[in-house]
Write a protein that binds this ligand. Structure first.
Ligand code: GDP
Length: 471
């Protein structure tokens, strides 16, 4: 009332007219305020906290090329269950741990670093594409290279395909580790052969994908795998400025009885120091102590280094970004700002793509790609749908099938759709348990069809803005 110079009784009257029995010191939500304001001829806008925060953090600034130096690559290991992801991560980890350290604490902090030929490589210690996609969904793209593990005695399995599509959707280069080559039934060529169907063609077969035969058990090939990782990383020219306030991603966090909030951070740029004030989401604090991946106290952590920190006031969310700021006050201010605006932020969160809204986004030039996940009862119909949908691509929008497979729609599909701003089309399949609820929560457009033509027609109509509304 004060801001728009209208008596408060006037506003209360309007509210009562809308059926909101509000008193003068009551909070109303933004949407109600918007209606009342517009009736009074005033247009209101929601304050954008993140914009303000971004200004306080100075995040937009481009780095001068001359300040940038090489940073180690960050690797995620993915693949089918039991193909040896955990074993491989453990075996690689041991390459860097000296005998003395190995006897001591081998604590896992969510990521670790190894050195090979004096070059460092960081591994995310939680295997699997679920973790990968969950991170990406929260806006964190920390992985530089994905290592796809395929067991040589088992070959390509459903989760192998899922994993490679998750990596592709994130535009992360893939190195294939053919594992368990020590086993009698191992057939590395079969793995290569099978993966050609998914456009991962080995270099020696004229493609551009690196395949490395390994054994997590005998450690054969591990050195080569690390070398190949460095080779792919070199092409990526990964760089960061170490001389600035640090920023990065929360990999893991928990409340420890003795130590309080413990968070593993992966530094992306700058150097993190003990005593720094940091903020992540609504969590903030001064770093009291810092431990590296071998459990040793450290004072600083540079780009691509994972460290465990103590000193935050509450448990931050994994996948959330963190920033070091100039002082405690700033950290607290940012956290407080976010906390008070949390409700509005949720309202404001832009909804992911849906077929109903597609045309509006296309018209406004916001959408150039439609990402679709197809699940069907048989490979034939998945393939038929895939080809027909891809043909709908026109000058304005490209239709990408980011994942297709036989079987029920799974939670992993929903997370992939959520992370890739995509939609899911199920043909003659039903969503698995809890999947509908998850899709609803993540606001992912999940559509089920019994007739292939109907699915194609819906996407086609949606692209033209002619989709009949769903009731
Ligand atoms: P994950 O589910 O992908 O993490 O797979 P695990 O690392 O748990 O491995 C599954 C099983 O395969 C375990 O019993 C491992 O001991 C075994 N395994 C993993 N790597 C190798 C290997 O290189 N050779 C052999 N022979 N067995 C392996």
């Amino acid at each position: 009332a004060v801001k728009i110079n209208v008596p408060s009784t006037e506003i209360i009257k309007k509210l009562i007219g809308l059926g909101v029995m509000a008193s003068i010191n009551q909070e109303i939500d933004f949407e109600t305020a918007e209606v009342v304001a517009s009736e009074l001829g005033v247009k209101i806008e929601l304050e954008d906290v993140e914009e303000e925060v971004a200004e306080m953090l100075n995040v937009e600034e481009e780095e001068d090329e001359e300040n940038l130096i090489h940073r180690p690559p960050v690797i995620t290991v993915m693949g089918h269950v039991d193909h040896g992801k955990t074993s491989l991560l453990d075996a690689i980890r041991k390459t860097s741990v000296t005998a003395k350290e190995a006897g001591g604490i081998t604590q896992h902090i969510g990521a670790y670093m190894v050195k090979t030929n004096d070059e460092a490589i960081t591994f995310i210690d939680t295997p699997g594409h679920e973790a990968f996609t969950a991170m990406r969904h929260r806006g964190a793209s920390i992985t530089d290279i994905a290592v796809l593990v395929v067991a040589a005695d088992d070959g390509v399995m459903p989760q192998t395909v899922e994993a490679l599509n998750h990596a592709r959707a994130a535009k992360v280069p893939i190195i294939v580790a053919i594992n368990k080559i020590d086993k009698p039934g191992a057939n590395p060529d079969k793995v290569k052969q099978e993966l050609t169907e998914y456009n991962l063609v080995a270099e020696e077969w004229g493609g551009d994908t690196i395949f490395v035969p390994v054994s997590a058990m005998t450690r054969e090939g591990l050195d080569t795998l690390l070398e190949m990782i460095l080779l792919v990383a070199e092409v990526q020219e990964l760089k960061a400025n170490p001389d600035r306030l640090s920023k990065g991603t929360v990999i893991d966090a928990k409340l420890d009885k003795g130590r309080g909030v413990v968070a593993t951070l992966l530094v992306n740029a700058g150097t993190l120091r003990v005593g720094d004030s940091v903020v992540s989401g609504t969590s903030y604090g001064k770093i009291r102590a810092m431990l590296n991946d071998k459990g040793k106290k450290v004072k600083t952590a540079g780009p691509s280094t994972p460290v465990e920190i103590l000193g935050l006031n509450e448990v931050p969310e994994a996948g959330e970004e963190f920033y070091a700021v100039k002082d405690d006050r700033t950290a607290r201010q940012i956290a407080d700002k976010r906390r008070t605006h949390l409700k509005e932020q949720k309202v404001k969160r832009s909804a992911p793509l849906s077929l109903d809204e597609l045309y509006n986004h296309i018209k406004q030039g916001e959408v150039q790609d439609i990402n679709i996940i197809i699940k069907g009862d048989v490979q034939g119909s998945v393939e038929a749908l895939k080809q027909s949908l891809e043909k709908l691509t026109n000058e304005e929008v490209r239709v990408n099938i980011i994942h297709g497979g036989v079987g029920a729609v799974t939670e992993s599909d929903v997370m992939l759709a959520a992370a890739s701003n995509g939609i899911i089309i199920g043909f003659n399949v039903r969503p698995g348990n809890n999947v509908n609820a998850l899709a609803e929560r993540e606001e992912v457009d999940l559509r089920l069809y019994r007739v292939i033509y109907d699915a194609i027609a819906d996407v086609e109509q949606a692209m033209k803005g002619m989709l009949a509304p769903e009731y």
